[in-house]
Design a protein around this ligand. Structure first.
Ligand code: ATP
Ligand code: MG
Length: 476
């Protein structure tokens, strides 16, 4: 599979030294000087492994007289020998020209105009080469905030200019069906060989233009198992707070890519080590720093997510967010019940509300996910209550399965003493007689009756006058 490409990779020394020169940040000026072309017989990207629809788009653009390349993750992943999941095309045709060539297409985005060409369920994203920004374009085509944040980028350019406006060198490899070669203007082939993720250009400027590139660095490092080049890595710790400028809806999308692409545990570690997780989930980060069980719970949830994806089983953002934020809910519930003397159910509900509204300032959580997330949390208080009809109501709750999985997760992480999970496992499988027995074991206080309450108890300050009864709390 690697035949052609590895042949190239095994002898990069001499030839590449002259092409790339010393390891340097690439600038607009040196882009064309750096060009290397990997001919068809020296790489493993074959039309057989590429999307037919993407190829159709390339051919049609070419026959209308435009240049067109496949670029980005699809070429990077193909060269690495894995199956690409989506296909991005770059061309010198403007969005309007692309739109006219494909009936099945529409222009999306205003700040970054791109064209989606639809073939049934597959969408091919077609982007016009981005060019250099200059004052003559005014604020109409490109716009940058005082902090360097790129607000709009619709300045068209050449393919070389397009290459250096991309994020990482390994994401800037271009494949054309006019010569079937790979074109590299940024040193991407060399970095791919060395398994290094390197930002193109001056890292600080590039992060300021778009702080999400820091999250992308973490995601690709985790997904590809690449090292982040030192000059790309070092500024992240200091610049991480720039992520606070990014709209919560975009960060939500990035979080899904980070944690629902099969490399969640590794992504989480890379993010935490660099202070990026704290910018996405500040409250969760604080609790994780204080409670080892919370780290175990989150890592276990992410590991389960990775396993499910590897087995092609469904995963939901609701469960993911439920796990990431649960330690905050627990912490706040204790505080609320203590400060407001509330019973555990309303205390947890108030805590959940507070946690969600604080989190929404950082990442959005669409209602269709936050509602089931809350139900998973609420059910954690129902699962230990196994008397009378309540147990059947819990079992029939539409979110029972997720809540039960969540309970097992909490036990696995050592937040709870094991027992309750096993009781529910057995109860679900039992016939009527056995179910009755299990229910009576709860009444008689059999060991199967795990309390389902946090292991560690906190001494509770009693502020109430002695003659007033103390309401039940999490600690009772
Ligand atoms: P994958 O699809 O596997 O997540 P990808 O590299 O294709 O990875 P996309 O988000 O699909 O990532 O983006 C396609 C390409 O667009 C990237 O490879 C990169 O060249 C460019 N790109 C995407 N986002 C940015 C960004 N924020 N800054 C600069 N270039 C970007
Ligand atoms: Mg892609």
């Amino acid at each position: 599979m690697f035949k052609g490409f590895s042949r190239f990779l095994q002898r990069p020394g001499e030839r590449l030294k002259t092409l790339f020169g010393p390891e340097s940040a690439h600038t607009d000026q040196d882009a064309s000087a750096l060009q290397t072309v990997l001919p068809r017989d020296e790489h493993n990207v074959s039309r057989k492994n590429l999307s037919e629809n993407a190829l159709k788009v390339l051919y049609r653009l070419n026959s209308a007289g435009f240049d067109a390349y496949l670029v980005g993750g699809c070429i990077r992943d193909s060269l690495l020998g894995s199956q690409p999941k989506d296909f991005d095309v770059a061309t010198n045709a403007t969005p309007d020209e692309v739109r006219q060539l494909f009936r099945n297409s529409r222009i999306i985005g205003r700040r970054f105009r791109i064209v989606h060409v639809r073939f049934g369920r597959e969408i091919i994203e077609v982007t016009t080469f981005r060019g250099r920004h200059s004052d003559e374009h005014g604020g109409n085509l490109s716009q940058q905030s005082d902090e360097g944040l790129l607000l709009r980028d619709n300045v068209w350019g050449s393919v070389e200019e397009d290459a250096i406006r991309r994020d990482f060198t390994v994401n800037a490899l271009y494949y054309s069906v006019s010569d079937f070669a790979i074109h590299d203007w940024t040193g991407g082939l060399k970095d791919l060989d060395a398994r290094v993720l390197r930002l193109i250009g001056d890292p600080e400027t590039r992060y300021r233009e778009d702080p999400v590139r820091m999250l992308r660095a973490a995601r690709f490092a985790a997904k590809l198992d690449f090292r982040i080049a030192e000059e790309t890595d070092t500024p992240i710790r200091e610049l991480a707070p720039l992520l606070l400028q990014i709209p919560p809806a975009r960060l939500f999308e990035e979080v899904l890519k980070l944690f629902l692409s099969g490399h969640a545990v590794q992504s989480f570690r890379v993010l935490r080590e660099r202070g990026l997780y704290a910018m996405l989930f500040p409250e969760s980060d604080e609790v994780l720093n204080e409670h080892p069980w919370a780290v175990r719970l989150v890592e276990q949830a992410l590991a389960n997510t990775d396993t499910r994806l590897a087995e092609e089983r469904p995963v939901t953002p609701a469960f993911l967010f439920a796990a990431l934020l649960w330690p905050c809910v627990q912490q706040r519930t204790l505080r609320v019940s203590h400060e407001q003397d509330l019973p555990d159910v309303p205390a947890q509900q108030a805590a959940a509300q507070q946690v969600i509204s604080r989190q929404l300032q950082h990442t959005s959580i669409p209602k269709r996910f936050s509602m089931p997330m809350r139900e998973i949390w609420d059910l954690q208080q129902q699962l230990p209550r196994r008397r009378g009809r309540r147990v059947y109501q819990t079992l029939e709750h539409p979110r029972f399965r997720a809540a039960y999985d969540f309970l097992l997760l909490r036990e696995e992480a050592g937040e709870l003493t094991p027992g309750l999970g096993e009781w529910w496992t057995e109860f679900q499988q039992a016939d009527d007689d056995r179910q009755r027995q299990l229910l009576s074991s709860v009444d008689t206080g059999n060991p199967a009756d795990a309390s389902g309450k946090p292991r560690r108890r906190r001494p509770r300050k009693r502020r109430r006058p002695a003659n007033r009864p103390t309401p039940p709390t999490l600690d009772d």
